[in-house]
Structure formats: structure tokens, C-alpha cells
Design a protein around this ligand. Structure first.
Ligand code: AMP
Length: 113
């Protein structure tokens, strides 16, 4: 499968992996939009949030838990941070493998669009 994030999971292309477990991995975004910009992704290829089944939904809670742990590790728990999951073309999703952005380390704009 020609999925860049599956290739990162498989170790076929390099990335700055900072967390991994049986279900998910996290790595630094290659084009960071904030001093802390991490991506948390499931190992399993789920194209987008819209493809997540009810049986898989606990995976997203797991990803949030990982994000919270990493925010603490990166020292941004107290200052605040943002978790974003873009879904589909109009949702701004460019990579078709479910992922959660963890952004922080600067004052993020209130704008969502
Ligand atoms: P999205 O627009 O939500 O699909 O975001 C995709 C994100 O993946 C963007 O922030 C990209 O900078 C990031 N990205 C794409 N390729 C890589 C890569 N090889 N390593 C790390 N981050 C990447």
C-alpha cells in the first residue's frame, strides 16, 4: 500500500519517532506549525476519522491519552495545547491515514478555519 504513514510505521522511511506501543506511534511533523508539533497515528491503516468503526473508536481515546502524556513530556501541559484531526478533503486532510496533530509551545490563533 502506497501510504507514507504506513511506511513510517514499517520503518521504511525515516521519521523522528518519539513514542510507540502496540497500537500507535508518535513522531515529529516534518513541517512543524508550532514549536511542538507531533503526529499521533494508529499502526493500523484507517484512511480517515470517517472510516473509523465503532469497534475501533477506543483507538482515538488511546491517541488522546498518548497526546496528553507527550504534552507533559514536552512541557506544554500548563501552557496549553491543541489536538486536531483533519478529516477528508474539505476538512484539510492531506495524508489519508488517520492522525492527530498535537500543537503547542506558542499562542495558537483562535481561528479554526
Ligand atoms: P493533514 O493535513 O492533517 O493530513 O496533515 C498531514 C501532516 O503530515 C502535515 O502536517 C505534514 O507536514 C505531515 N507530514 C507529511 N509527511 C510527513 C513525514 N514524512 N514525516 C512527518 N510528517 C509528515
Amino acid at each position: 500500500m502506497d501510504c507514507i504513514f504506513c511506511k513510517i510505521v514499517a520503518g521504511e522511511i525515516p521519521s523522528d519517532i518519539i513514542y510507540q506501543d502496540e497500537e500507535a506511534i508518535a513522531f515529529r511533523d516534518i513541517e512543524p506549525k508550532a514549536p511542538v508539533h507531533l503526529l499521533i497515528i494508529p499502526r493500523k491503516h484507517i484512511p480517515s476519522l470517517a472510516d473509523l468503526t465503532e469497534a475501533e473508536s477506543s483507538l482515538v481515546a488511546h491517541m488522546v491519552n498518548i497526546a496528553n502524556q507527550l504534552a507533559a513530556k514536552e512541557g506544554i501541559s500548563a501552557s496549553g495545547y491543541r489536538l486536531v484531526i483533519n478529516c477528508g478533503e474539505q476538512g484539510g486532510q492531506l495524508v489519508p491515514h488517520l492522525h492527530m496533530h498535537l500543537l503547542g509551545g506558542r499562542h495558537l490563533s483562535g481561528a479554526l478555519g
